[in-house]
Design a protein around this ligand. Structure first.
Ligand code: ADP
Ligand code: MG
Length: 354
């Protein structure tokens, strides 16, 4: 699966192998752009320093190395704990824990599990991290599938699915299985959490002006180098043009799309988003869902949940719950229908966009 980034940052990110410190005019604040790879995707972090916000120590290169270290420490922590591709990750060990005894997890993993539970309950199970076995069966796991599962196989797998089979204990920091074969898959929420970790680590280190992006999930703090909200572009599905530019300051944005990771089987598009209610990949005409929220972990999970719910139910849910969302639906003529919720529209209006 080659993930194609659907969110790009404007001005467009120059793929630099190393971080660069740049101050084009004497009055411009010093900024760093750091690019690297993590969790099978790319990260881009921009940090504005040297504007009296504290924490920075000038352009001596030392702070650049320190920034990279700070960023990679957070990203590595999330990958090491929550990757389903790493057999030694905490999540993989939990998945192999075929026992009813509580399994102790790290603070970080617990925080993600708790947010996953909250979003599952809120979306009535549209978001469900126990879809792992279905994800595998449909060919989106660590190993590719030879062919889609049969109805019988699906019926068998569905008995192992459902967030209610996991019991969290916040005081003990444990998670317990009530069905031994249940497995967790944090792919739809861990990237957003990693973005939050980096953003919050930057803030704690005295850098309130930043843009953090991991595989299309973004969080922006403060104002950009032009002293304006960061401008984050939503790419048009299947094309290299932009659908919309979203002003972001002290907020996060995540996009879930059916065109980034899918395959065709007998003329049908098989999406990597699984509807836990049917056990099957979603089949509606929704091409992408973007959600803006305070924290990226929430935006990431909600974007996936709205993708499951689809253009009608998802839109109604977002409006009723005051979720800032933009949904792009495929039209028969190949174009896209754009639907944004009042909360999303307010975001644009407040920034004087459109
Ligand atoms: P991306 O941002 O890369 O498009 P998402 O955040 O939408 O990805 O997450 C997609 C991944 O989430 C899938 O590959 C699968 O591992 C997992 N997933 C699929 N369906 C669901 C679901 N209904 N609830 C939670 N996770 C899901
Ligand atoms: Mg997601």
């Amino acid at each position: 699966m080659s993930p194609q980034l659907i969110v790009r940052v404007l001005p467009s990110i120059v793929a630099l192998a190393v971080a660069t410190a740049c101050a084009s005019r004497p009055s411009d604040p010093l900024s760093y752009e750091l690019v690297g790879s993590t969790m099978g995707t790319r990260y881009v972090v921009k940090v504005i320093v040297g504007d009296g916000a504290g924490g920075a120590d000038g352009d001596d290169g030392g702070s650049e190395a320190a920034l990279r270290e700070l960023i990679e420490t957070e990203l590595e922590l999330v990958d090491r704990l929550m990757s389903t591709y790493r057999e030694d990750s905490e999540l993989s060990r939990f998945n192999r824990h075929a026992d009813v005894t509580p399994f102790v997890v790290s603070d970080a993993t617990f925080e993600v599990l708790a947010e996953a539970e909250r979003i599952s309950t809120w979306t009535d199970g549209a978001f469900d991290i126990t879809v792992g076995p279905l994800v595998e069966a449909w060919g989106f796991g660590a190993a590719p599938a030879a062919q889609p599962p049969s109805d019988d196989e699906l019926e068998g797998l569905r008995q192992r699915i459902g967030f209610a089979t996991l019991r969290l204990d916040a005081a003990a920091l444990t998670v317990r299985k009530t069905e031994l074969r249940v497995e967790g898959d944090l792919s739809a929420i861990a990237k957003g959490y990693a973005v939050d970790r980096v953003a919050e680590a930057l803030e704690a280190a005295g850098f309130p002006r930043y843009m953090v992006e991991v595989g299309g999930e973004v969080r922006a703090g403060g104002l950009n180098a032009e002293a304006a909200p960061w401008r984050i572009a939503i790419e048009q599905p299947d094309a290299a043009s932009f659908q919309s530019i979203v002003p972001l300051t002290d907020a996060a944005m995540a996009t879930s799309g059916d065109y980034r990771s899918f395959y065709e089987w007998e003329g049908r598009r098989i999406s990597h988003t699984i509807d836990p209610r049917t056990g099957r990949p979603v089949e509606h005409a929704l091409a992408s869902v973007t959600v803006v929220s305070g924290r990226c972990v929430t935006a990431d999970a909600l974007a996936t949940a709205l993708s499951v719910l689809g253009p009608d139910e998802g839109y109604r849910f977002a409006v009723a719950n005051d979720v800032a969302a933009l949904m792009l639906t495929r039209r028969a003529d190949g174009g896209f229908e754009e639907q944004s919720t009042p909360a999303f529209q307010r975001l644009l209006d407040d920034a004087g966009v459109r």
